[in-house]
Design a protein around this ligand. Structure first.
Ligand SMILES: [Zn+2]
Ligand SMILES: [Zn+2]
Length: 325
C-alpha cells in the first residue's frame, strides 16, 4: 500500500513535469530568452539519476534506521488529520534546518553545491540534486520517527513536498499573490539561487516560507530599481564543468585546503566544518562578509574608510560594486 502511494505520486507528477518543461521551453524560445542549454540540462538529468539511484540503493538502510527509532517512539498521534498536518509542518521545518546546515557547514555544502552550480533557472534545475544527500538526510528525520511518524510516511511526505520544490525553479512565474506569504514560491526560490551577496544563503524552505521568516533567513526578490538582477549560480562558478568536477570540485578544494602546509589543526577543521568561504589568512569571504562588504560599498558613510574610490554613494548599483571589487 505504501509503495503504491509513492508510485502514484511519480505516475501523476511525471506527465506534469513533461508538460511544464515543454511549455517553459516554448515560452522562453518565443520570448527570445536563453534559459536552457543542452549541456546544462544534461547535467541536471545526470545529477538527478545519480541521486535517485543512490537514494533507492540506500533506502533499505535508512528505512531500517528510522524503523528502529519508530519502534522506540515517545508518543503516538491518534487523530489522522492532526498526524498528517503535523508531519508536513514538522518535516518541512526539519528540512529547512537540513538545508540551512548544508549551506553553513562546508562538508555538507560540498554535497549541496551541485544544486547551485547551474547558471540558469528553469524547471530542470529542480532536478539538479545534491547527489549524496540521501546518505545523511534521514538523520534529520530521526526525531520525527521518535514522535511517532511512520518511516514510510516520512519518506512519502518528503517526496510530495519535493514535487513543489521542483516546480518553484522557473522564471516564468513572477509573483503568486497571497501565496507568497505562506509557500515557497518561484520568486523566493530564484533568490535562493542568486549569487548576489544580498541573496546568498536566503530562503532555505522547500514547501513553506514561514520557516525563513521565523528563523531570520527570508529575503524577498527585489525590483530592478532597488537591486541588481539575479546572477544565478555560485559566487565562483566552476571552470569548464564536467561530469566529475560538477560533483567533486568542492571536495577537491577541501582536500587542498585541509592538507596544506603550515596551518594549525583548528584551521584544518574549520576548512572542513566551518562556514564556506572561511580561510585562515582572510583571503576569501563568507556570505556574511560579502553581504557586509556590499552594504558598505552601496551605502558608504561619507568620509569613512568604507568608501571605495570611484564608487559614488548616490545611485550606486551592482555594476559599480562589481567594478569596485
Ligand atoms: Zn540551497
Ligand atoms: Zn533550487
Amino acid at each position: 500500500m505504501d509503495a503504491i502511494k509513492e508510485q502514484w505520486l511519480i505516475l501523476l507528477s511525471t506527465p506534469v513535469y513533461i508538460i511544464i518543461i515543454g511549455l517553459e521551453l516554448l515560452l522562453t524560445h518565443l520570448q527570445h530568452r536563453k534559459s536552457y542549454t543542452l549541456k546544462d540540462t544534461a547535467a541536471n538529468v545526470y545529477l538527478m539519476l545519480l541521486n535517485s539511484g543512490l537514494d533507492l540503493a540506500f533506502r533499505v538502510v535508512y528505512l531500517a534506521v528510522l524503523q528502529y527509532f519508530y519502534e522506540r517512539r515517545w508518543i503516538g498521534i491518534e487523530s489522522v488529520a492532526l498526524y498528517w498536518v503535523l508531519l508536513v509542518l514538522l518535516e518541512d521545518m526539519v528540512y529547512y534546518w537540513l538545508h540551512r546546515f548544508d549551506h553553513h557547514i562546508r562538508l555538507f555544502w560540498a554535497v549541496h553545491v551541485t544544486h547551485h552550480s547551474s547558471t540558469y533557472m528553469n524547471f530542470t534545475v529542480g532536478f539538479r540534486s545534491s547527489v549524496f544527500q540521501p546518505l545523511y538526510r534521514f538523520i534529520y528525520f530521526i526525531p520525527l520517527a521518535l514522535l511517532g511518524f511512520r518511516p514510510v510516511d516520512i519518506v512519502f511526505v518528503y517526496s510530495a513536498t519535493q514535487i513543489w520544490g521542483i516546480f518553484v525553479h522557473t522564471e516564468l512565474i513572477h509573483k503568486m499573490g497571497w501565496l507568497e506569504y505562506i509557500l515557497v514560491t518561484p520568486s523566493h526560490h530564484r533568490v535562493h539561487h542568486g549569487s548576489n551577496p544580498k541573496y546568498l544563503d536566503r530562503n532555505m524552505g522547500m514547501f513553506l516560507i514561514i520557516w525563513d521568516k521565523l528563523f531570520g533567513t527570508f529575503q524577498p526578490e527585489l525590483p530592478a530599481e532597488k537591486y541588481q538582477p539575479i546572477a544565478y549560480g555560485l559566487t565562483k562558478n566552476i571552470n569548464a564543468p564536467n561530469a566529475v568536477s560538477i560533483i567533486f570540485h568542492e571536495w577537491k578544494q577541501i582536500w587542498q585546503d585541509t592538507t596544506q602546509k603550515g596551518i594549525t589543526l583548528k584551521s584544518r577543521l574549520r576548512y572542513l566544518l566551518g562556514q564556506p568561504g572561511w580561510s585562515h589568512d582572510g583571503s576569501r569571504m563568507t556570505s556574511g562578509e560579502m553581504r557586509e562588504e556590499e552594504a558598505v560599498v552601496l551605502n558608504p558613510e561619507p568620509g569613512t574608510a568604507g568608501q571605495v574610490p570611484g564608487v559614488v554613494d548616490e545611485g550606486a548599483n551592482f555594476l559599480d560594486y562589481k567594478t569596485a571589487l
